[in-house]
Design a binder for this molecule. Structure first.
Ligand code: UDP
Length: 336
């Protein structure tokens, strides 16, 4: 029997790649997105699409009444660390309030499985690297705090309402669907790899590198990059795990390997085949020096390990998207 999956926030960056993965696996896919950040064109045409906000109980009721949902995958949240510091209530409202509303609708309609988009931001400044799932949870921003609260809410709801959840704590998502059919399109863009490629394309005057005085090998921050198509596959495996009766659990999703900002800049220059203008500026508030995942648990329980392990390949797929579609989804309709 075909499974039906409801993807909340399925028009966003990681959501839309997950929708493409699930459609490719022959699942019935329903996408709900308020299109505040997401792009309608990013949603695979074989997925049903309903525009609405997960905080709207009437909208959620209608969704669950229309479709017999086997599993929810929940991406619908704000994700800008800096913005969350200046406007925390915006994050509590959408991230925490939205998850509360989604869980409430699930409980009402007897939907028991949820895969949740969490973040390495729940750890804050780590005490040990690579970071295992059992590490201290000490978020440094309202964004990270909201993700931790969402995880805890799910754990309590699982106990109370017989639900099961998988929380996936991503490290640094990057890249795009091979061939550059869809990719990352945020406004404003805050992430390192797209910002480096924007500077390569002349879309911005220079990449700003936030700090070169960190206690790392070259003074710039170390991050663990994982390809968005690998993340998409991990969500499909997690949904299958729950639908097969797997117990609630939490997994890191990362490559287990760290790269400095300078190393990413060098790799991006090689991929783009041109020098990338850049300048060093002050540290960005809340950036830990080094975040690298301990990633064995997802392999043991879900059979997931990243397939794209070369940072050059990751950046090359992002480059195909950005160079092919410098205006992102504006005026663009992918030919699936
Ligand atoms: N970074 C940077 N310039 C940028 C964007 C990011 O130097 O324009 C740095 C940032 O300080 C961090 C790393 O690149 O050390 C990755 O940042 P990103 O925002 O991509 O992801 P995060 O680690 O914050 O989730």
């Amino acid at each position: 029997m075909k499974h039906t999956l409801l993807i909340l926030g399925g028009a966003g960056y990681i959501g839309s790649h997950t929708v493409a993965e699930l459609v490719g696996r022959g699942c019935e896919v329903v996408v709900a997105d308020n299109l505040e950040k997401g792009h309608r064109a990013a949603v695979h045409p074989k997925a049903a699409f309903r525009e609405g906000d997960i905080r709207d109980a009437t909208f959620m009721d209608a969704l669950f009444s229309e479709f017999g949902v086997d599993c929810v995958i929940h991406f619908a949240a704000y994700s800008l660390v800096g913005e969350s510091v200046s406007d925390p209530l915006k994050y509590y409202d959408n991230n925490v309030g939205g998850t509360r509303a989604a869980l409430s609708a699930m409980a009402k309609h007897g939907v028991r499985n949820i895969v949740f988009s969490s973040s390495a931001a729940v750890y804050g400044e780590p005490e040990e690297v690579p970071i295992p799932e059992g590490a201290r949870l000490h978020p440094q921003s309202p964004y990270g705090a909201s993700k931790l609260t969402m995880e805890q809410m799910m754990a309590w709801c699982a106990r109370a309402y017989g639900m099961r959840y998988v929380s996936l704590r991503y490290f640094n998502a990057c890249g795009a669907l091979p061939g550059g059919l869809i990719g990352e399109d945020h406004a404003p863009e805050t992430h390192l790899i797209p910002n480096a490629l924007y500077a390569a394309l002349g879309k911005s005057p220079a990449l700003e590198i936030y700090g070169d005085d960190y206690p790392t090998k070259d003074g710039t921050c170390v991050r663990d990059y994982i390809h968005v198509c690998d993340l998409a596959r991990a969500h499909a495996l997690a949904a299958q795990y729950l639908m097969d009766g797997g117990q609630s659990d939490i997994f890191n999703l990362g490559s287990g390997e760290g790269f400095t900002v300078k190393e990413i800049l060098l790799a991006a220059q090689e991929v783009a085949g041109r020098p990338i203008p850049h300048k060093f500026v002050g540290r960005r508030a809340g950036d830990p020096a080094k975040l690298v995942a301990s990633n064995g648990k997802a392999d043991r329980a879900l059979g997931f390990s990243p397939g794209i392990t070369s940072i050059r390949d990751m950046i090359a797929s992002a480059w195909a998207w950005h160079a092919g579609h410098p205006a992102g989804f504006a005026g663009y309709m992918p030919d699936w």
